[in-house]
Design a protein around this ligand. Structure first.
Ligand code: PRP
Ligand code: URA
Length: 209
């Protein structure tokens, strides 16, 4: 099985991603834009969330109304930069579970270095939404998904703001069963593994490091 990403190319998203790319955008605005973009992308990426029926009473009458099934999805942040998207997503789905996965890429080898995992005990039974602004080589997201599968997770999708074609191909080869939602697919990776035109280092730009 092979997969291709769902590119969410809504005009509002394209506009906000352009502001995000601008090197003059300061961290405080960068984080704000990442939050807004995450919420817009989440709207599309959660289209298949499971609903259940609940009996309620409006001021006028009784009705059976659709509500999110419980337990709800688990939002998974690939740290650090994923945390900005996670916080924004939690505002939209406040009942979601949360999982943090600490991964950074080694600057020289571009290999993923895993340093932290903390998620709910029933994670294997739940639908997961992974968030990370950047998919470059895909080493980080492949490592995160591999960790989750090792814990029994079968239902997950990944939301990234920017992706490189090389990373999408690598991810599709490693985990063809995981749907990917992206805001834009850029042209290529440069010799240091950065997405071009890209936006630079998402973690550094989020936290001014
Ligand atoms: C960034 C980004 C992704 C990763 C993408 O994290 O948030 O996790 O790079 O690159 P890849 O697809 O080539 O693995 P980074 O390694 O800068 O870690 P940080 O957020 O902790 O700074
Ligand atoms: N990680 C980032 O934050 N930016 C890139 O361009 C590549 C990896």
């Amino acid at each position: 099985m092979t997969s291709s990403p769902a590119v969410i190319d809504h005009p509002l998203l394209q506009h906000k991603i352009s502001l995000l790319r601008d090197k003059e955008t300061p961290s405080v605005i960068f984080r704000l834009l990442v939050r807004e973009i995450a919420q817009l992308m989440l709207f599309e990426a959660t289209r298949d969330l499971e609903l259940t029926a609940r009996d309620i009473e409006t001021p006028l009458t009784k009705m059976t109304a659709p509500v999110l099934a419980t337990p709800g999805p688990v939002l998974v942040s690939i740290m650090r930069a994923g945390n900005v998207m996670l916080d924004a997503a939690l505002e939209i789905i406040p009942t979601a579970g949360v999982c943090h996965i600490g991964i950074y890429r080694d600057h020289d080898t571009l290999e993923a270095v895993e340093y932290y995992f903390n998620g709910p005990p029933d994670i294997a039974e739940r639908a997961l939404l992974l968030v990370d602004p950047m998919l470059a080589t895909a080493n980080s997201s492949i490592a995160a998904i591999t960790q989750l599968k090792a814990r029994g997770v079968t239902n997950m999708s990944l939301i990234c703001i920017l992706a490189a074609p090389e990373g999408l191909a690598a991810l599709s080869a490693a985990h063809p069963d995981v749907p990917v939602f992206v805001g834009a697919v850029d042209t290529h990776l440069n010799e240091k593994g950065y997405i071009v035109p890209g936006l630079g280092d998402a973690g550094d730009r989020s936290y001014a490091t």
